[in-house]
Structures are given as C-alpha cells and as structure tokens.
Write a protein that binds this ligand. Structure first.
Ligand code: ADP
Ligand code: MG
Length: 620
C-alpha cells in the first residue's frame, strides 16, 4: 500500500489534506443553495452593508451572487478568504464567549471554495481599485485588479459540481428557490434598516427598501391581511448579572386564526441572527396555549436581544441552535410576554374571510376569472416554475414547494381585491344595546356600530368561566361552592393513589376533594363560578389530565382541569337562552381580557363590518 503519510511511512493514520477537510466541513455548513445564501448575506451584514442584492439562477444551483455595499476587503484579506478557519471576527478563544457578529468560524467561504466555482470581487471605500480572486475545487487564484463599486460581490456557481452525490440530493428548482427565498425573507425581517433585493433568472422576486419598518416588511412579504392584524410585543426583563442581564423581546404576534400546519411563519431572531431554537419555539407554543388547537402553529415574528455573553451560539456549524445561560428564567419571561400580547389580538373571525372564500371559489370555477388568483398586485411580478411553465403562476408572496395554507390564500385573495385593513375600531365593539337574537339555539346575533357579530354561545360561556376562575386563581382567591352533601365517586386503587397526590393543588382552583375510604373520593366543593358543575365528571377529567400528561406541573394540571370543567358546565349548543341570559353572557365576556376564542382555540365570534356586507352584495 502506498504510504499516506510522508514523514512516517508505517503510520496508517494520516492527516487529511486541506482540500478534503474543507469538502467534509462543507457538508455541515453548506447543505443546499439556501445555506450559501444565508452565509453570504450574513457576511454582507457583518461587513456593515446597507443594501444587499441576491441573484439566483436555477434555484441557486447554477448561480448565487450576493452583492453588498459594505466595508469590502483589501487584497491581503482576499488571499485568505478561502482559507479554512480564516476569519476577521474572532481573535482568540475568549472571544467565543461574546460573539456579536453573525459569522466567526471562518468556514463558509472555504467550504464554498471546495464544492463550487467561486469568485469574490471587492473594493474598500477609499481604495483606488478593487480586487478579484477565484476559487474552484479548493484551488485559489492570485488576486488581480478589477474595477468594482465599493463593497463586495461573491459568486458561487455550479454548487456541488464536484460532489455528484450532493448535487443529486438537491430538490426541484422551485423547492430550492423556495428555501432560498425563505432565508432571504427571514434575514430581511431581522435587519430593518438594510435594503434587500432578490432576483431569480433575472426576474425580481422580493425586495424591501431600507426605510421600511418591520410591519411594512411583513406586509410586503406576507400581505396586508396578516400585517394589519399583528399585535406588537415589546417587553423587557432586567435579569441579574449572572443570568445574563437585560433581555428585550420585540416584534409581532398574529391572531390565532392565522395559525398554520407548519412553522414557516414563526420567525425568531436572536441579536439579529435567524435561529430555529427549540426553547424559543416551545415558548411561542406555550404563549398561545388555549388560543389555538394543539395541532396548529402560531404565526409570530420575534426578536430577542441580550448580552452576547449570555448565550452560546457555537452549538452547530449552521448556528440555528443556541444555548441560553439562564434558560428557565428566559422561558418564563417569553411565555408571559407573548401571552399578554396574544390576548389583545383580534380573535373574531372576520366575515370578510368567509366572503373571500366564496370569491375565491367562484374565481376557480369560472375560467375567465382565473387570472385574478395568479397576478400579484403592485410591482411584484409572478414567476412560473417547473418544466414547460405549465403550472399555474405562483405569486411572489408564496414560497413555492410548500403546501398552501388557507390563511395565506386569504391574504392573497385580499391583496388581489385591493382590500385594506378590516379591523374594527375598538369603539365600535362596545355597548350591549340593541336587540339580541338567538339563532338555531346556538348562536347569538348582536348588532355593532357599523356591522354585527355572531357569537357561539357555548364557546363564549366556556371562555368566560375559564377566565373568571383563572383570574380568581391569580389573585389567590377562588370562591368555592361547598356541596350540601358531598358527592362520592368510586375509583380504582391506582386512580385513588394518583389523584390523592393532587388534592392540595386542586384546591387552588376551588376543587375540594378528600379521601372517603380507600377507593372513594368525596367531592366537598367546586368553583362557585361554574354554572352547572358536574362533580363526578370533574373528578374523571382530573384523572384523565393526570394520566395523559407527559410532564405534569401544577400550572398545567390546573389549567387543563379548568379547561375541561369550564367546557362541561357551560351552556350548550341547543340550549334556549332568554334575552336576559344572552345579555349577561355578552356583558361578562366584555369584562375579560380575552373573550374571543373558546378554551380549545375555536373562535367565539364571527364579525361582519359594513365593508364585508358591501363586498358580499357586490356593491364594491
Ligand atoms: P466568517 O464569516 O465566519 O468569518 P467566512 O468564511 O464567511 O467566515 O468569511 C471569511 C472572512 O471573509 C470574514 O471573516 C470576513 O473578514 C471576510 N468577508 C467575507 N465576506 C465578506 C463581505 N461580504 N464583505 C467584507 N468581508 C467579507
Ligand atoms: Mg461568514
């Protein structure tokens, strides 16, 4: 066998040549065109760019070019740019404790140079000329002079041209393009103040101007329907020095009705870095608990700023996961801040949404109306994808290759029809004057100024009871209604054992249980706020919660038991209500912070504005 190691012919272990090392490292950093886009745009941001252009061809597989107006690189830096572990952002190991730049590993350009044909052209602000260097298959050219504007342009052509296994692994053009666009959009939302443009095969895909704030960027990216419904979050947690000091959470949360089947509209930014960290995603879910069906994913755009020393971003080369120094405290802060904002979102289902559904359905049925769905309004052109361009045009607001969620289509339909914000002014929601009408013994129709709403009586009653008892619990004063004669419920020995561990906890929501012999539990009292308490059912529900929970905290137990109790003891669909009862129900709802979804996340009301009606009657 040919010796691999020059200095010691007998050794079987050899240090891999740099070229091979870079190819291996490239596998971790560069998975697909979207990863190249991410690394190049992050480099541009680190260089202080105020304007960034991304050009793609064939979904990025043929060409990715990122051009910025940042600080540029001198000739000497260009010579090192493709060398592995060469970085200007980190000097020694202590710097790893407080990384403020997006890059620091010095791997990205070296990786690209190993698996694509790359070139960098760069010019510093005061230099008389620019320089260009090329690198393909890890072989780097001498830099040569080149005329160029101030800033840097990096070109990555024929990604994986020398790694056929990887190249085969790439998905269709539309899918790769969709992922690249997703990265561009996320970074554009994370960096307000920086202008972004993206083109595909010469056609404009996406752009935001430097002066657009976050809401304007979201509107451009996902449509006016979503942007107008967002509620702002701005919260601060002044932690101790060891826990990492001040933490600030800013951004927007969307009303629960915008939730989707996937997490593509959950965007978390940590000190300007796009992250997909599990702790953050979990905090978001918990913030929406009770406002959403468990299988739906909320939509939110949230930015966290904290001392870089309080978080470790060097967990994985792609830097999506991070580790927080004081995860527990951060988690609590995030959940409560998100929750407070979610409560104030407008959770009524707008009547316009139902009308849009009809409009859309008709547009689909009538072929001559079809273009209505295809053409984006304004300056944004659409692009076709796939062989022969036979598919329906996809508008630029959609990420191709993803399944279409209804919330998005609504946003689209609304954009096409030129609709503007439909939110009702808060002043229009007050007052219980006017007649109330019960329909189908299930819904209450209630006039509003400039419209009307339809309330689901069961869903609303359930939310009211839940929220009222929870508010009492927060004050530490849940009123308990004692039963004149305790109700006895027979259980198995095992059930008795697991339930009795929680007797104490359950008193906090006004449920008073005690053991009555070995297999019988006595229900002595229940929350006074429950309209029609059913003791045996509540005991069974508590057991079900205890048995099904993966990790059972006291808060979780109380909340879940309360959910079920509120549901069971509410007026049902089919119950006839008197005028007085309807009025009381709606009045009690108005005193709550959130009366707009039932505890399972179903909306409690659908609201029609005059504009919705005009639309339905085709008056405009
Ligand atoms: P890292 O970003 O982790 O430092 P990279 O391989 O991405 O590693 O980049 C290597 C170095 O090249 C950077 O540290 C930076 O000095 C320089 N560089 C890369 N892109 C740009 C750019 N767009 N503008 C100015 N300098 C750049
Ligand atoms: Mg970098």
């Amino acid at each position: 066998m040919k010796p691999l190691h020059e200095s010691n012919p007998r050794a079987r272990i050899a240090v891999l040549p740099e070229r091979v090392r870079n190819q291996i490292a490239a596998g971790e950093v560069i998975e697909r065109p979207a990863s190249v886009v991410k690394e190049l745009v992050e480099n541009a941001l680190d260089a202080g760019a105020k304007s960034i252009r991304v050009e793609l061809e064939e979904g990025g597989a043929r060409l990715i070019r990122v051009t910025d107006d940042g600080g540029g690189m001198p000739r000497a830096d260009l010579e090192l740019a493709f060398v592995a572990h060469a970085t200007s952002k980190l000097f020694d190991v202590h710097d790893l404790d407080h990384i403020a730049s997006l890059g620091f590993r010095g791997e990205a350009l070296a990786s690209m140079g190993a698996i694509a044909r790359c070139a960098i052209t760069s010019r510093e602000p005061h230099a008389t000329t620019g320089w260009r260097i090329e690198c393909a298959g890890a072989v780097t050219s001498e830099p040569r002079e080149a005329g160029a504007p101030v800033g840097t342009s990096v070109e990555v052509r024929e990604l994986f041209y020398n790694v056929p296994a990887r190249r085969r692994f790439l998905k269709t053009t539309a899918t790769e393009l969709g992922r690249a666009l997703d990265v561009i959009q996320r970074l554009a939302l994370a960096h307000v103040g920086v202008a972004f443009t993206a083109t595909h095969d010469g056609r404009r895909l996406f752009d935001v101007e430097a002066g657009m704030d976050l809401r304007a960027r979201i509107r451009r990216t996902f449509g006016a329907d979503l942007a107008d419904a967002l509620v702002e979050v701005d919260a601060r947690d002044g932690g101790s020095a060891e826990s990492g000091g001040d933490v600030r959470l800013t951004g927007f949360v969307a009303p629960p009705r915008f939730a989707r089947g996937d997490t593509t509209r959950q965007m978390w930014f940590l000190n300007g870095r796009m992250v997909k960290d599990k702790v953050l995603l979990r905090a978001l879910r918990d913030g929406y608990r009770g406002f959403l069906f468990d299988t739906r994913q909320p939509v939110a755009f949230l930015s966290l700023s904290m001392d870089p020393a309080a978080v470790d971003v060097n967990v994985h080369p792609a830097k999506f996961d991070v580790r927080f120094r004081d995860e527990r405290r951060l988690f609590g802060f995030l959940v409560s801040s998100i929750r407070a904002a979610v409560r104030t979102t407008d959770m009524a289902t707008p009547g316009a949404r139902m009308i849009d559904d009809v409009v859309r359905r008709e547009a689909r049925e009538l072929p001559f109306h079809a273009p209505l769905v295809g053409f984006a309004g304004g300056s944004a052109p659409s692009f076709t994808s796939g062989p022969g361009g036979a598919r329906a045009p996809i508008t630029v607001h959609e990420v191709p290759g993803r399944d279409d969620s209804s919330a998005d289509s609504h946003a689209l339909a609304a954009t096409h029809a030129g609709a503007t914000a439909r939110a009702m002014p808060a002043s229009a929601l007050g007052g219980v004057g006017g007649p109330l009408l019960q329909v189908a013994r299930t819904y209450i129709v209630r006039p509003l100024e400039g419209g009307f709403e339809i309330v689901d009586q069961h869903a609303l009653h359930e939310r009211i009871q839940f929220e009222e008892i929870r508010a009492q619990m927060a004050r530490g004063a849940v009123e308990t209604q004692r039963l004149l004669v305790p109700e006895l419920v027979e259980l198995s020995r095992a059930e008795m054992a697991s339930l009795s561990d929680h007797f104490e906890t359950l008193t906090r929501i006004g449920i008073d249980l005690s053991a009555f012999g070995e297999t019988t539990v006595a229900v002595n009292g229940l929350p006074a706020r429950l309209a029609r308490p059913r003791p045996a059912a509540i005991v069974r529900d508590a057991l079900a919660v205890i048995e099904n929970a993966r990790e059972l905290t006291a808060e979780r137990l109380l909340e879940d038991v309360l959910h079920r109790a509120a549901c069971r003891s509410s007026v049902m669909a089919g119950d006839t209500l008197t005028d007085e009862e309807m009025r009381t129900l709606i009045e009690r709802g108005r005193h709550l912070e959130s009366d707009q979804t039932c505890v399972h996340g179903r909306p409690t009301r659908v609201r029609f504005t005059a504009a919705d009606l005009e639309r339905a009657f085709e008056r405009r």
